[in-house]
Design a protein around this ligand. Structure first.
Ligand code: UDP
Ligand code: MG
Length: 332
C-alpha cells in the first residue's frame, strides 16, 4: 500500500522465505526502520516458499501488525527464483529491492544501493566483499562461478549470488525468470541495454536456521549459465549457431568423401575398411542433423516468443491487498 507520498518514490522490498521463522521479526524491524529513516513510502512482500517451520504464522502476525506488509504463500517449495518472480509480479513500488530472509543481508545497505540508482543506473547489485560463509563449500565455488559468469555473459560484477539488489521497476517487469535464473537478472537485463552497477555491502553470518543450499547448486548454476548464454546470444537466431556447426561438419564430411571417392574410382584403392570412411559418414549425418535442429529451434523460438506466459509457480493465498491488475500467475 503506497498511499501517502507520490508512488514514484515508493520502494517494494521483496523477501523470499523458506523456513526462517526465527529471523523474520528482527528482519521486518530492520527493513521497516531503514525505510522510515529513508522517508520513502514502502511495502514489504514476503513470499513463503513452502515453509514448514511456522514461518507462515510468524508472517501472518507481522502482516496483521503492519498494513504495509503483504504475504504470498506458495503451495509448495518452488524455489528462490520463483519466489522472487512472485514478488516482482506484485511489486507496486518504482524501485524494487530484494534481500534474503536470514538476516545475512543488511537492510542498512539500502541507502547506498538507492544512491547508486540515483546516479542513473537501472540495476545495482550488492557485493559481499567480506562474505561470512564457509570457504570450501560456498566461497570457493562462488569465486569460480563469478569468474565464469562474468567471462561468459560479459556483465562485469564481483558477486552475482548476492540477493541484495535494487532494480528500477520497468527493468524487472520485462524479465521472465525460470530455474535458478535469479542470479543472472543483471546479465539477462543487459540484453535490454540497461546500466548495471554494484556497491559493497555488509554480510553477516547466519544466526538462525540452516542454509538451504548445498554444493550441488554450483552444477545447476553452470547449466543455467549455458541457458543464459544461449538466450543472450542466439535466442532469436538459433540457426546461426546450430547451422554453423552443421555446415562445418557437412563440409568436412563431403571433402573427406570426395577424397575417398577419388581414391576408389581413380586410384583404384579399396576403401571398405578405412576408418576415414566412417568419419566422413558421421560428419555428414551430424551436419544434416545440426542444420535440421537449427531449423526446428527457429520454429520453437518463434512459438516461444509469441506464446502466452506460462506460470512458474502456483499461489495458495495472499494476505494484504492484491493489485487490481492480476499478476501473471495461475491459481490452483
Ligand atoms: N529460499 C527460498 N526458497 C528456497 C531456498 C531458499 O525462498 O528454495 C530463501 C531463504 O529462505 C533465504 C534465501 O532464499 O531467505 C537465501 O537462502 P540461503 O540463506 O539458504 O542461501 P545462502 O545465503 O546460504 O546462499
Ligand atoms: Mg543466507
Amino acid at each position: 500500500m503506497i498511499a501517502a507520498a507520490p508512488a514514484k518514490t515508493g520502494l517494494s522490498v521483496i523477501v523470499p522465505v523458506l523456513n526462517e521463522a526465527e529471523s523474520l521479526p528482527e528482519l521486518e524491524r530492520q527493513i521497516r526502520e531503514t525505510c522510515v529513516r529513508l522517508s520513502r513510502t514502502y511495502e514489504i512482500i514476503f513470499i513463503d516458499d513452502g515453509s514448514t517451520d511456522g514461518t507462515f504464522e510468524v508472517l501472518k502476525g507481522l502482516c496483521a501488525a503492519n498494513p504495509l506488509i503483504r504475504v504470498v504463500r506458495f503451495r509448495k517449495n518452488f524455489g528462490q527464483t520463483a519466489a522472487l518472480a512472485a514478488g516482482f509480479d506484485r511489486a507496486r513500488g518504482e524501485i524494487i529491492l530484494t534481500l534474503d530472509a536470514d538476516l545475512q543481508n543488511d537492510p542498512s545497505d539500502f541507502p547506498s544501493l538507492l544512491a547508486k540508482l540515483d546516479e542513473g543506473y537501472d540495476i545495482v547489485s550488492g557485493w559481499r566483499q567480506k562474505r561470512k560463509d564457509r570457504f570450501i563449500t560456498r566461497r570457493l565455488p562462488s569465486i569460480l562461478a563469478n569468474w565464469l559468469i562474468s567471462r561468459i555473459t560479459g556483465v562485469k560484477l564481483h558477486d552475482y549470488g548476492c540477493t541484495l539488489k535494487a532494480f528500477r521497476r520497468d527493468v524487472i517487469k520485462n524479465i521472465r525468470l525460470y530455474g535458478e535464473l535469479h542470479r543472472f537478472i543483471p546479465a539477462l537485463a543487459s540484453k535490454m541495454g540497461v546500466a548495471v552497477s554494484e556497491v559493497k555491502v555488509n554480510h553477516r553470518p547466519r544466526r538462525h536456521g540452516k542454509s538451504k543450499y548445498t554444493i550441488s547448486r554450483t552444477v545447476r548454476v553452470v547449466l543455467d549459465l549455458l541457458t543464459v548464454k544461449f538466450l543472450l546470444s542466439y535466442s532469436t537466431r538459433p540457426l546461426q549457431i546450430f547451422g554453423l556447426f552443421g555446415i562445418v561438419s557437412l563440409l568436412a564430411g563431403t571433402v573427406i568423401s570426395a577424397w575417398l571417392a577419388y581414391e576408389r574410382l581413380i586410384l583404384r584403392v579399396a576403401i571398405g575398411g578405412r576408418p576415414l570412411l566412417l568419419l566422413a559418414v558421421l560428419l555428414i549425418v551430424i551436419g544434416i542433423q545440426f542444420i535440421t535442429l537449427g531449423l526446428l529451434a527457429e520454429i520453437m523460438v518463434r512459438a516461444y516468443h509469441e506464446a502466452a506466459h506460462q506460470p512458474t509457480y502456483f499461489v495458495r493465498e495472499v494476505l494484504g491487498d492484491e493489485p487490481q491488475d492480476p499478476p501473471g500467475d495461475a491459481r490452483a
